[in-house]
Design a protein around this ligand. Sequence first.
Ligand code: FAD
Length: 470
Amino acid sequence: MNPGFDADVVVVGGGISGLACAMGIERQGGRVVVLEAEARTGGCIGTSHEQGYLLEAGPNSALDTTPLMASLFDALDISIERVSANPEAGNRYVVRNGALHALPLSLRALVGTPLFSSRAKLRLLIEPFIAKGAPNEEESVADFVRRRLGDEFLAYAINPFVGGVYAGDPRALSIGAAFPRLRELEQAHGSLIRGQLFGARARRRNPEKSKQSAPMFSFRGGMQILTDALARRLERVETDTRVTHIAAGNGGFELQAAGADSHRSFRARAVVLAVPAWIAAGLMESVAADAAKALAAIPYPPVTVVHSAYERSAVAHPLDGFGMLVPERENRRILGALFSSTLFPGRAPAGSVLLTTFIGGARQPGLASLDEAEIACISHAENASLLAANAPPAFVRVRRWMRAIPQYNLGHAARIGTLEQAEHAVPGLFFCANYRGGVAIGDCIKSADRTAGAVLTFLRRTLGSARELI
Ligand SMILES: Cc1cc2nc3c(=O)[nH]c(=O)nc-3n(C[C@H](O)[C@H](O)[C@H](O)COP(=O)(O)OP(=O)(O)OC[C@H]3O[C@@H](n4cnc5c(N)ncnc54)[C@H](O)[C@@H]3O)c2cc1C
């Protein structure tokens, strides 16, 4: 290694994207240092334990969408820690007129469900005959779904689902960027229903699983098992090290970082930016001004997570499901709630239940920043009304994400195109975080793997055969 360099690669940000990318590079002989601003790694992934409850600040579960996940867990020796979602958590409830209805998962259930009117069900029958959209035209999720499946399906299936995944607004999200598979199904088969029916064989052959069919899992000790194991395995992870400035030049990058009580600088041949878009925007100002502008335009609405611990006897609903989603049209004050103690074992002591409620999002950003007492009040009032919680929770914990999840809104593909141009223009610069390639943990692992491959190609090209990098 050139004596002027501290590492081949500096990865900025120690969330799942940065850590998994660093591991991919290190496994192939690259020398990596991960710089993480906070005292702990994990980013959005964070598990805590209190009074016998396991509380997830961010993701409660992941979907096993790619074989890369199993191979990563094997390499980290954490496969044994993995737990599958309880089969009894199969119901996904959607609220309509103040009552919970299981989302129909079969044709028979669809015919019988009161979640959709007969008119809405009949409307689905004409979907295969609706012309597909122009291939290059960008369309919002709302326009796409209304055009193909009708307004009621948008209101009572897609709108709550979008609230659950992105905490987003279907009128603002781009179908091609936020749900590329739906867009591809339409383009390939001319219809979502035909695509579901005729694409089944191809899907079975594909080792990648769609989010509808992928098994859901977590780890016995919570999602943070994953990022902790990654951080332990990596050679060099520097926490409490906030990168404040990046400059490109002299065959590499120079990074300035602020620690608890010191200032440090790092030099490397390549930089992977694995921080949220608004942070990356600030760091890119002097390196790639267009990329900085594109990154700054990616919105992240706030979400507040409320953990409510109840005596089992205090909640009349059987909690026999994954959780409940609330459509915007219902005019309620939550996006939804997970039945966390049903979903995985060991989330609550015997005789108790744990509910995890989400408030705010693009739909009601103002609610996310109410004070804790008001948030707790809203959450319990909704649990009382929807789940017949008839006594106050034993305890409530509130975790705020003032900028929670990146929105793949209209214009997102162009913004990502600008980042790709910057990667070409500035050799050794890479962007790898959840604003690109999907927000789910499986998507982040896939993007990390792709980025690690690109970084290794760059290093091999730069170093030629002169280095032991294989
Ligand atoms: C409330 C919530 C619920 C979610 N639920 C699910 C779910 O159920 N299933 C699922 O699959 N996904 C879920 N997600 C999405 C998923 O958790 C995230 O998309 C994913 O964890 C993001 O990982 P990341 O590494 O890209 O970014 P982050 O986790 O944001 O990591 C970025 C890291 O960069 C660090 N950083 C920031 N600035 C600097 C700096 N200047 N210098 C150095 N480091 C810096 C941060 O401290 C952080 O550690 C959820 C997200 C949230 C917020």
